[in-house]
Write a protein that binds this ligand. Structure first.
Ligand code: PLP
Length: 434
């Protein structure tokens, strides 16, 4: 399918609370060209049955440009950074700095020093929980506010930080569609709240939270917000300045980049307050046996040799997303979601979990009488890759009264034909089991 320029320019998601619109783009979107950029997608489309890769919320496939960025770095530019006086080391350092600048542009951060390279979103939340919440914020009577739809990565680090501090976790409820209760949010965030952990897009429900408004509400009470944008980054234009967020985390592998690399964005004022995360090489000014002084941001939080090639890869992924256009990608995924919803709507035994208006390209569902793992296994036999289970959101599953769900999640290279194969396989399951 090809979107005409005008279609993409005029594409706007259905409003959710009036705050979420996809940035308008002037890109054309050529699905065949996009698919051609992904070697695994092209190869697996030839097998019998062809692969329908609908597990993008777990991880995305990689375009050739990302694979090349990793390969070129190792084959042509490789050396350790920040250490050598020799030519290669200096060039690798320059490339690493350039990658950080790409991240800054992708997030619209004020300065690249506010973008820390880490292993992923999980490590980002752990860093903030350990270096900010635990030593500087948690105290008896304090609370940390999260939501019912958080991924374990935005629950467990806070629990670890609060241990033995007397601080407590507060959880904002959601309604039957998976929409956050904003009134409850406003009440739960109070003068004793020290930080809010909020997912921008739910990995299970696809709900897109009105991040800008919620952040403004927290700020009105003087409370900083960490935005978990792991699921938002592949679908929504991120602008940390417009969002007003204090801290934000993303993972490379969910935005068509490598595993083992992600970003913690933090406002300079906050990052500078935080003690180091890990100690070691490259994060110090001076070391003596009597004591150590530390570098400023971002180096202070990047002890040891980082995933340098990963930085090349995530920058290439960001460049690629910018080239295709996040608005065009979001528009395509929205069409896929609508199509998938329509394809299964007449299956009486199938219940969609998460029906928030304007949701992202995630279709969680259950089939009464069939375990999600059986759905996943059955679909796999038909060449359809989905995820089944609790999706690292056990408290949400408990709230929903479900052991798990089956989840199809869409990426930029998915097609209507792949969804046809998914829907046909679901119909076979219903016939077989029920
Ligand atoms: N937050 C959300 C909403 C996620 O979906 C995920 C991964 O699925 C994470 C955080 C953790 O990401 P990672 O495992 O890449 O650290």
């Amino acid at each position: 399918m090809t979107f005409l320029k005008e279609e993409v320019e005029h594409f706007v998601h259905p409003p959710i609370g009036g705050t979420y619109t996809v940035a308008t783009q002037t890109h054309t979107f050529d699905i065949e060209a996009v698919r051609g950029d992904f070697p695994l997608i092209m190869r697996e489309a030839l097998r019998k049955p062809p692969l329908s890769y609908l597990d993008n919320a777990a991880s995305t496939q990689k375009p050739q440009t990302v694979i090349d960025a990793l390969s070129n770095f190792y084959s042509q530019d490789y050396a350790n950074i920040h250490r050598g006086v020799h030519f290669l080391s200096q060039r690798a350092t320059d490339l690493y700095d350039k990658a950080r600048e790409t991240v800054r542009r992708f997030l619209n951060a004020r300065e690249s020093a506010e973008c820390i390279f880490l292993r992923g979103a999980t490590e980002g939340v752990n860093l903030v929980a350990n270096c900010y919440a635990k030593p500087l914020l948690c105290r008896p009577g304090a609370n940390i506010v999260i939501t019912t739809m958080e991924h374990h990565a935005d629950i467990v680090p806070w629990q670890l930080a609060m241990e033995d501090t007397g601080a407590q976790l507060r959880v904002v409820p959601i309604d039957g569609r998976g929409v956050l209760d904003e009134e409850a949010f406003e009440k739960l965030v109070d003068e004793n709240t020290v930080i809010v952990g909020l997912s921008y897009v739910s990995n299970v429900l696809g709900t897109v939270n009105p991040a800008e408004r919620l952040i403004a509400a927290a700020h009105a009470k003087g409370v900083p917000v960490l935005l978990d944008a792991a699921q938002a980054a592949p679908h929504v234009a991120l602008d940390v300045q417009q969002l007003g967020c204090d801290l934000l985390v993303i993972s490379g592998h969910k935005i068509y980049g490598p595993t083992g690399i992600g970003i913690l964005y933090g406002r300079r004022e906050i990052l500078e307050k935080m003690p180091p995360w890990q100690g070691g090489g490259d994060m110090i000014l001076h070391v003596s046996f009597a004591g150590t002084t530390y570098k400023g941001i971002p180096d202070r939080f990047e002890a040891g040799t980082p995933h340098i090639a990963g930085a090349m890869g995530i920058a290439a992924a960001m460049n690629y997303i910018e080239r295709i256009g996040i608005g065009a990608i979001a528009a395509h995924e929205h069409e896929l979601l609508e199509y998938a919803n329509a394809a299964v709507t007449d299956i009486a035994q199938l219940r969609v979990i998460g029906t928030a208006p304007g949701k992202a390209g995630v279709l969680s569902f259950v089939i009464d009488g069939v375990h999600p793992h059986d759905i996943g296994t059955f679909l796999d036999a038909d060449g359809v890759a989905i995820r089944a289970g609790h999706h690292c959101a056990e408290p949400l599953m408990k709230h929903l009264g479900l052991p798990g769900t089956a989840r199809a999640s869409f990426g930029m290279y998915n097609t209507f034909e792949e969804i046809d194969r998914f829907a046909a396989s679901i119909r076979k399951i219903v016939k077989f089991f029920l």
